[in-house]
Design a binder for this molecule. Structure first.
Ligand code: NAP
Length: 148
């Protein structure tokens, strides 16, 4: 049954997404491996529900048995992971929630239609990558604890 269906990698332009896309293609375990990203057609922006909905709809009549979400945001050139309450920035927090929390929930909203498609819920696999490190301990940190 897996040979008749497709795998989907979202965020296929990122480090983890690209590696998983290549590995799935090389495995030959799926009839096709579909890559979605902000550069794909259709464009997939996990913070834009219409684009999530359109990407899911574009798969028909294929049936995805594996959906990997490798999108995410931890830090960039402008924002580093917060190590103190003083470093909290509402705009960065809103972006992180939109991308890392609300986005994956919207993804499940529009991709769950295939859940249990073959009568066995565990035949449909979704994999969501995520990371949010609240505090990384180091010798410096031990000597300089964060604000309570
Ligand atoms: N690398 C690690 O060691 C590690 C460890 C644990 C967890 N993680 C988590 O795994 C995920 C992927 O990590 P990575 O190292 O592969 O990161 P990465 O190379 O920075 O890739 C992030 C991906 O997210 C995509 N993305 C960003 N904003 C998006 C949006 N609005 N809509 C759709 N896609 C968007 C990027 O697409 P564009 O190419 O269009 O920018 C890129 O493909 C992240 O959530 C990360 O926190 C990573």
């Amino acid at each position: 049954m897996i040979g008749e269906s497709v795998a989907v990698v979202i965020g296929a332009g990122g480090g983890i997404g690209a590696a998983l896309f290549d590995a799935l293609r090389a495995s030959g375990g799926y009839r096709d491996v579909v890559a979605f990203s902000r550069a794909s057609t259709p464009r997939f922006d996990i913070t834009d529900e219409a684009s999530v909905r359109d990407a899911a709809a574009s798969l028909a009549p294929a049936v995805p048995l594996l959906v990997i979400d490798a999108t995410g945001f931890l830090h960039d050139a402008a924002h580093r992971p917060e190590k103190s309450w003083r470093e909290l920035d509402p705009a960065q927090m809103a972006r992180a929630f939109a991308l890392n929390a609300i986005g994956p929930a919207l993804l499940m909203k529009h991709f769950q239609r295939w859940l249990g498609k073959f009568g066995q819920p565990d035949e449909w696999i979704s994999c969501l990558t995520a990371a949010k490190v609240p505090w990384i301990r180091s010798e410096h940190d031990e000597a300089n604890p964060p604000d309570a």
